[in-house]
Design a binder for this molecule. Sequence first.
Ligand code: IMP
Length: 431
Amino acid sequence: MSIDLLLGLQWGDEGKGKIVDYVTNDYDIIARFQGGPNAGHTLEFDGIKHVLHTIPSGIFHKNAINLVGNGVVIDPVIFQKEIKALKKYNIDLKERLFISRKAHLILPTHRLLDAASETAKGKAKIGSTLKGIGPTYMDKTGRNGIRVGDLESENWKAKYRDLAEKHLSMIKYFNVDIQYDLQELENEFFKGVQSLQDLTFIDSENYLSKAIKDKKSILAEGAQGSLLDIDFGTYPFVTSSTTTAAGACTGLGVAPNRIKAVFGIFKAYTTRVGSGPFPTELDDDYGRKMAKVGNEFGATTGRPRRCGWLDLVALKYAIEVNGVTQLMMMKADVLSGFDQLKVATHYEYRGEKIDHLPYSIEADDVKPIYKTLNGWKKDLTKTTKEEQIPQALSEYIGFIEEEVGIPIHLVSVGPDREQTIMREKKSREVV
Ligand code: IMP
């Protein structure tokens, strides 16, 4: 059996959580492979909204095993809160939620380092969620990190102390005013670690290898978006992990030839939270309407998201880098009522018309070239069948498919599981 992969094609917040939750019934195992609590995956069903940060989005489905892979970084404090929020659902977490021993831990001092580094950057700050993601991955690649498997050894606290002390001296180096009570932070960290220790730690690459042999179906769930990838994103305004398809191989320990379907999730428009270039960004009533109707506020930080038109130059790039086999378009309902819609098909790059993503997409270098399409008036939030889609939306979908050369199998018209239109047979079956 093989692994299917689901990832975001823009700057995150595409709606991956909803889709993982929607397709989970088809899978035995849902595995997160990168990122950490900087992610906020929102799921909505039965009138209740759930936000998950580290726990995979298949946790509400009775039979799915949820796996936090080695590529993920875990903050025990946030993890404990997520577990607490799940208590009322009576999920047997010991049996249904497994954690890779090779996943790295976010220490309280990683968070402080993140804050110190961002403060020191001043206007050039990344706009990090300040969850300690960058410093934790730095310790991972610098070969200093503490891993979940270390919690099974006697002397892990000594290792913790050494690393925390090192971080404290690094924080001094930044010479910025960061207020904190280390004692309090450490108390909650050690409590978080205790609750983590109640869960099941596994050698996840072996587990997955066996699961593949046993013909289990596996979905790898990405976090953030392709344009935030450490290599292929809008560096340095990116996150510190591989958010693209290759990250599933390194973040789970599965070989590239095991990956079959690659589901690419994108919004019908574009959003970005945090700093960094955004060629199709709108600072006008259209942008404000997208933000308002789309409720565009970060699920993790509550920060308002920047909004703009769909950027096909960037979308095509993400499709290529990830080898996307089918697309899922989210939040089409948000565009209802716009008299016209624009879609960027090319950039004017230093005086030349190009259709690929260049090295720099800073405003000084690129200007988007748009195709204008008709808008539609119909409220889509109760639409559940393809036949009910207004003509202008069909044309919008058709235009995108033609430009990028990949079919759109699913159109989402609201946050609820029910507000989903399958355009053909169930996505996984048609690959
Ligand atoms: P960090 O990963 O928290 O350090 O943030 C780095 C950049 O990625 C910032 O611009 C964040 O706003 C952005 N980012 C991180 N995680 C997410 C996410 O889950 N959704 C959207 N943007 C994110």
